[in-house]
Design a protein around this ligand. Structure first.
Ligand SMILES: Cc1cc2nc3c(=O)[nH]c(=O)nc-3n(C[C@H](O)[C@H](O)[C@H](O)COP(=O)(O)OP(=O)(O)OC[C@H]3O[C@@H](n4cnc5c(N)ncnc54)[C@H](O)[C@@H]3O)c2cc1C
Length: 412
């Protein structure tokens, strides 16, 4: 690993106009970081990574590098791009535990962060660095959001999140696990107790339904429920997964590791939404992909499909209505998620759009003064790096709001 990473670092051309950086949604200073690493200053390289992206260690493992930094590396035009993700992973992982996050002395102002996913963790770190006293509330018992309860351990070892938790505690962040805001405690209670500003980073945790007969049967499950705790399910030998995005690939690969023998993913169209890498790994692990299959019902014996018809250009022309019953011991529905509505229902003045996502302006201000939001609960189901990049902007806006310098332009 070490030799490989050093070799990769030595291949970096240190371009004047680094395309890799432009391709990164959070603008990681890649060539500068690699230069510091090559010159033997790993701490400096690590500092560059974390001061720009508090989730650097996670991003090095779960970002879609083939489309982002590595996909933009000029060496990739004629050959292999620099394996930037491995270098970032090596540097961030080695540096993380010794990193000392410098924080300004307390300014006495309290901030509440609802949700301990990437957006909430980023806000908490950035505002603590500026001297705010931050408390994070999360409905679950562990921090990380999807990182903990969605992405499987074989892609993102959960020990990393324990290390993050230790770091958060080290800099004085308080964490209240098992506390759903919008339950016993509501946002108005937080304002009453002296929190000057509140951040919502609650993500999207309501599975989208197919809306077909059979979805409530005992052998049918939703992807995010399954991934949150796969060991509590007995799926049987044959598993049908309806949906073919990245989450569906995670379900397939997890089910295969937990003992399922035949796992098939079904898509209505002719293409998968998942990244090429995720598809390749799911296939290597033994999953089968089946296209042009429209689910019309789920029975105790598995899903029933109709074949979708396409012309030569791949345009959908209709369906063959003959039902095709596929055998499956369990069926898992994996067709994305939307937000839950607990906070909107319990907070006067906090508005959501028709699809349930919170309404904000470009600084993440919601329709309620003092409440900000970022991540999936605003953008819909996206990525870790997008949630983090957005949270960085919102942390600055919350700081300005609490210092009284933010020009208030609440969204309608
Ligand atoms: C299966 C799966 C695999 C994925 N794989 C990748 C990947 O490989 N790479 C990538 O970049 N992205 C991936 N994503 C997407 C990525 O994980 C999300 O975009 C990202 O986690 C969003 O961060 P967030 O902070 O907005 O929300 P979340 O990570 O969803 O965190 C929200 C947190 O808020 C808490 N919460 C919710 N409601 C309340 C409440 N009322 N009170 C208190 N706490 C509450 C939840 O418990 C949760 O901990 C994946 C998503 C899924 C579902």
């Amino acid at each position: 690993m070490t030799v490989h990473v050093i070799d990769e670092a030595n291949r970096c051309l240190n371009c004047k106009k680094p395309m890799c950086r432009q391709g990164c949604p959070i603008q990681t200073p890649i060539p500068m970081m690699i230069k510091a690493f090559k010159e033997g200053d790993l701490n400096e390289a690590g500092e560059m990574l974390f001061s720009n992206n508090p989730m650097s260690m996670i991003c090095s493992l779960v970002c879609n590098h083939e489309k982002q930094c590595e996909g933009h590396c000029v060496l990739g035009r004629k050959g292999e791009p620099v394996h930037i993700s491995s270098i970032e992973n090596y540097v961030s992982d080695t540096y993380f535990d010794k990193m000392k996050i410098e924080c300004a002395p307390s300014n006495g102002k309290k901030v509440a962060v609802i949700g301990a996913g990437p957006a909430g963790i980023t806000i908490a770190i950035m505002l603590t660095k500026k001297g705010y006293e931050v408390t994070i509330f999360d409905a679950r018992d562990k921090i990380g959001g999807v990182l903990q309860y969605g992405i499987p351990d074989f892609r993102l070892p959960k020990t990393i999140l324990e290390r993050y938790k230790k770091k958060l505690r080290e800099i004085g962040i308080k964490i209240r696990p098992n506390t759903t805001i919008g339950g016993a405690l509501e946002i108005k209670d937080l304002f009453r107790d002296g929190y000057e500003s509140i951040f919502i980073g609650t993500g999207v945790w309501r599975p989208k339904k197919l809306g077909i007969k059979g979805e409530s049967l005992g052998n049918v499950h939703f992807a995010i429920d399954y991934l949150a705790n796969p060991d509590s399910y007995e799926l049987g030998d044959t598993v049908a997964i309806i949906g073919m995005g990245n989450s569906a690939m995670d379900v397939a690969r997890t089910a295969l590791r937990k003992g399922a023998r035949n796992v098939t993913l079904y898509a209505r169209g002719l293409k998968s939404q998942a990244s090429a890498e995720e598809i390749a790994y799911a296939k290597v692990d033994g999953a089968v992909l089946s296209f042009g299959m429209q689910p019309v019902e789920i029975t105790d014996d598995g899903p029933v499909f109709q074949k979708v018809l396409f012309d030569e250009e791949g345009n959908r022309t209709g369906v063959d209505e003959t039902p095709i019953q596929v055998h499956a011991d369990s069926t898992i529905v994996s067709v994305s998620q939307g937000p839950k509505d607990k906070l909107v229902n319990t907070t006067e003045g906090l508005k959501a759009s028709a699809n349930g996502l919170l309404v904000t302006n470009q600084f993440g201000e919601t329709t309620h003064p003092g409440i900000f939001a970022a991540g999936d609960v605003v953008l819909g189901a996206k990525t870790v790096v997008e949630a983090t990049a957005y949270a960085k902007v919102v942390a600055d806006a919350m700081d300005q709001y609490m210092q009284g310098t933010l020009e208030e332009k609440l969204p309608e």
